[in-house]
Design a protein around this ligand. Structure first.
Ligand SMILES: Cc1ncc(COP(=O)(O)O)c(C=O)c1O
Length: 514
């Protein structure tokens, strides 16, 4: 931290700084300090250029507390004052040994975690349904990737949890992997057994990184799933902005145990994060943590109650089915929980799909969902949703289901065959053959010579770039993977459904290795 400000002929203004620390409103000490600084009339001869009065109207509020690392406000990259205190508060909430604020989303937390755990040229075991940031780290660090491909979940066309025994089997086969990366919960809310995975990873003295970007609310209430920090992961990444009341891009990185080189981690965070972190964002993180501490119990209770009511209201739907944990009993599965904040609503009718339901909800009911996939849509709910939000969605689904029944009744579809295949794959003992196959290092494929070919002619070639279904940003193709006929068919199907497929050009071409 810089020296405290000298004012009034050079007197150190320690008193003023100390009062900032004590002045903790329910929005957090950082916000209180920023507000006090904005109100005290001190002229800002410093960045940012808007001088806290950049725009008129409501926007002015944001400019008012948007400063940079001036005296009394600490330094994110060498925190020792007010930011250190704010991070310590977040740390207490999650119970890790150390917690870092991230102003560049979970993306930079994942990059820093992977690059710290796996040095240049190392090997890394990852669940294939990881977010693209894991693959980007692998490219930057020239890693060799080994995949664990989670099976499909029962009758749903989404990934199940990551099986711990499969991680154990792959670590036996690839003993040089430095670390393991899994995403839990997944974008659709599927929670893996992190405790069991941590056990097998730590038994081989490897580092476990859990991308818990979608689970920042886990472990903050007894009625929510336990978080990855409590289950023993070495590095855990949380997007506060995804499921808690915090501004976009705000995230946390937690570290614990003695397997991670913390000096290296800090060095990567300094490289990967901006040198001008936004105080508006950081105050929003501080305020978010304090809000959860104060109001969390009541808000989580409301969320759980509303979820139960939502389930009851929509239980009568024939064609629109909410995916939920209680429906999985009796079927083989690896998940330990299904996050109630992720409402995955599956369409079980041959003539309608996820895109249709998504558009219908938006156009006919003014309900904007998070995403549409082939046969489902996803709604994200949080502790900030009131009863009205839950009710409007439930009522709309019941009405749409009635409409389908009136206009196009048919036998309800199921995906039993897919689930059987998934079970057989795991029982058959060779699940690794069922997923994509990396034939080159991602970095070699990405940075080497490439050409563009029509998607229809891409089967058998090696991908030179990513193809992502967005959201959620889990790659369909990763540089270095052999492009299979099934992958081509799937991408063509997504394009036909007008889903957002990044990496296929407007004229239908993909990049392949020359
Ligand atoms: C599983 C997962 N990890 C990481 C990220 C990156 O998060 P952020 O947008 O906070 O950078 C995402 C973004 O959607 C994600 O879905």
């Amino acid at each position: 931290m810089r020296e405290p400000r000298r004012e009034n002929g050079g007197r150190l203004d320690m008193d003023r700084e100390a009062s900032f620390y004590e002045n903790k409103s329910e929005y957090g000490g950082l916000y209180a300090a920023l507000s006090a600084y904005g109100a005290d009339g001190c002229y800002p001869y410093h960045m940012p250029g808007h001088k806290r009065s950049g725009q008129a109207g409501d926007m002015a509020r944001y400019f008012d507390i948007d400063i940079t690392e001036i005296d009394g406000f600490d330094d994110l990259h060498h925190a020792s004052g007010i930011l250190r205190e704010a991070m310590a508060f977040a740390n207490e909430m999650y119970g890790a040994e150390e917690t870092y604020y991230l102003v560049n989303g979970s993306t930079c937390g994942v990059l820093a975690a992977v690059m710290t755990a796996a040095e240049r040229g190392a090997e890394l075991l990852i669940a294939r349904n990881c977010h693209k940031s894991v693959y980007h780290a692998a490219i930057l660090q020239e890693l060799t990737l080994h995949y664990c491909c989670p099976p499909l979940l029962g009758e749903y066309d989404i990934c199940d949890g990551v099986p711990a025994r499969e991680i154990a089997r792959l670590l036996e086969r690839c003993p040089d992997c430095r670390a393991v990366v899994v995403t839990s919960p997944s974008y659709e809310g599927i929670v893996s057994d992190i405790r069991a995975i941590a056990e097998v990873v730590h038994a081989r003295d490897k580092i476990l990184i859990v991308d818990e970007a979608h689970g920042a609310h886990f472990g903050l209430d007894a009625g929510m799933p336990e978080g990855a920090v409590a289950q023993g992961a070495d590095l855990v990444i949380h997007s506060l902005h995804k499921t808690l009341p915090s501004m976009t891009q705000t995230a946390l990185l937690h570290v614990q145990g003695d397997r991670v080189d913390r000096g290296k981690l800090r060095a990567y965070l300094r490289m990967l994060q901006t040198s001008s972190p936004s105080y508006v964002m950081m105050a929003s993180m501080d305020s978010c943590m304090r809000y959860v501490k104060r109001h969390g119990a009541a808000r989580f209770a409301l969320m759980r109650r509303q979820y139960e009511i939502f389930c009851q209201r929509t239980a009568s739907c024939r064609y629109l089915r909410l995916g939920k944990m209680s429906d999985l009993s009796g079927r083989k599965h690896y998940l330990t929980d299904w996050d109630i904040g992720k409402l995955a609503i599956f369409v079980r009718h041959p003539s309608f799909g996820g895109r249709w339901l998504y558009d219908t909800l938006r156009e006919d009911y003014h309900l904007q969902l998070e995403m549409a996939a082939g046969d489902y849509v996803l709604a994200i709910m949080s502790i900030m949703d009131e009863a009205e939000g839950w009710q409007r969605l439930a009522d709309a689904l019941v009405q749409i289901d009635d409409r389908i029944e009136r206009e196009s009744p048919c036998a309800v579809q199921s995906c039993q065959t897919a689930s059987l295949k998934a079970d057989e794959r795991m029982e058959g003992g060779a699940p690794e053959t069922a997923g994509p196959v990396a034939v080159m290092r991602a970095a070699d494929a990405f940075f080497g010579g490439r050409e563009e070919v029509p998607l229809a002619e891409a089967a058998g070639r090696t991908a030179a770039d990513f193809v992502n279904l967005y959201p959620p940003g889990v790659p369909l193709l990763v540089p270095g993977e052999k492009i299979g006929g099934e992958a081509v068919a799937q991408m063509e199907e997504y394009l036909r459904m007008e889903l957002c497929v990044q990496g296929v050009s407007a004229d239908g071409k993909v990049a392949v290795v020359c």
